[in-house]
Design a protein around this ligand. Sequence first.
Ligand code: ASP
Ligand code: MG
Length: 411
Amino acid sequence: MARIVLKFGGTSVGDIDRIKNVARKVEQEVKAGHQVAVVVSAMSGVTNQLVKYCNDIDKLHDAREYDAVVASGEQVTSGLLAIALQSLGIPARSWAGWQVPIRTDDTHGKARIVSIDTTEMEKSLQTGEVAVVAGFQGVSEQGRIATLGRGGSDTSAVALAAAVKADRCDIYTDVDGVYTTDPRIVAKARKLDKITYEEMLEMASQGAKVLQTRSVEMAMNHRVRVQVLSSFEAAAGSSLPGTLVVDEDEIVEKEVVSGIAYSRDEAKITLVGVADQPGVAAAIFGPLTDNAVNVDMIVQNVSEDGKSTDMTFTVGKADIARAVKVLEDAQSTLNYKRIVSDANVVKVSVIGVGMRSHAGVAQRMFKALADKGINIQVISTSEIKISVLIAEEYAELALRALHTAYGLDAA
Ligand code: ASP
Ligand code: MG
């Protein structure tokens, strides 16, 4: 007997038939003798609608009330799935985040899970009852409902799996696994059987939408065995295995590059003519941090005259207006000549643990892009990742060229 956590995303519970279908999948695991906890998302489209309701009343709404509203989507699905399971004769009950309780900090709208008290759920699981947990939510230190950020039910599932010491955490979604790159753009993208935690973390944080970044972080820290798989595979008549997220030593054949991610959520800002002297970077990025603007890639050019230089960096697209305003307000202290911003950019990242032991990986990327006449605007690297910023219109061309250049194309 194993203990497993299953998570079903929005499209998997998108209507009543699909919820019934999920119930049958859960039934299989129960019949196999396992103890099962299920984490559900809101039905697809529901969270967006709830967010819109809040914004339609007031864009500057109280974040605690936003959480009260948007968390309701998951409460609906947890109850519906419990009913569907009961109607199959399987004992089941729903759990809202506060009922478990899943305790979070007070960062409403993007709260972090602090702890999960599993005492009551343990008792329930021991009796063979299926726990149907509303994903995406918890209860803050102040006793208010808090949500975990968009895509947060992945994190609920992994956190719960860690807390109840589950043998497996299966994330059911509308794709059948993690791909070398977005298969909607690159037809020759391949599904990966396995990917390391570190690579998955980079893939998620560099734009792959398949798992919430925080959920991967959590899986890595607690060594939760996560599997990404399709909830529609049964309908297609096959039972294809998904992608397993594992430790590096579980992967025998390491590719130099395992995957290519891209993010359109970037915007570039250049401060032209800033003084080349100690304290300048701190003076620029301090006010941005104070205004909750996250800065990603940064380049500072060398100054020819030893006096002034240019500073280029990227921020999230949603933050560009705020970032420019903050920097304009600080013009008198920063003393730059001009500020230039460009939202028409995309960040493309090649990722692979094999990079640690191979030379020439970056060069292959630069060459592949050069061959297509694509200009690189900013470069940043980490141990297992190389990212470049390019003009948005080249995103697709770049992904295809790189996919081929690193030998990732399906046969
Ligand atoms: N329903 C939430 C969202 O759409 C959480 C999730 O689906 O993971 O972001
Ligand atoms: Mg998701």
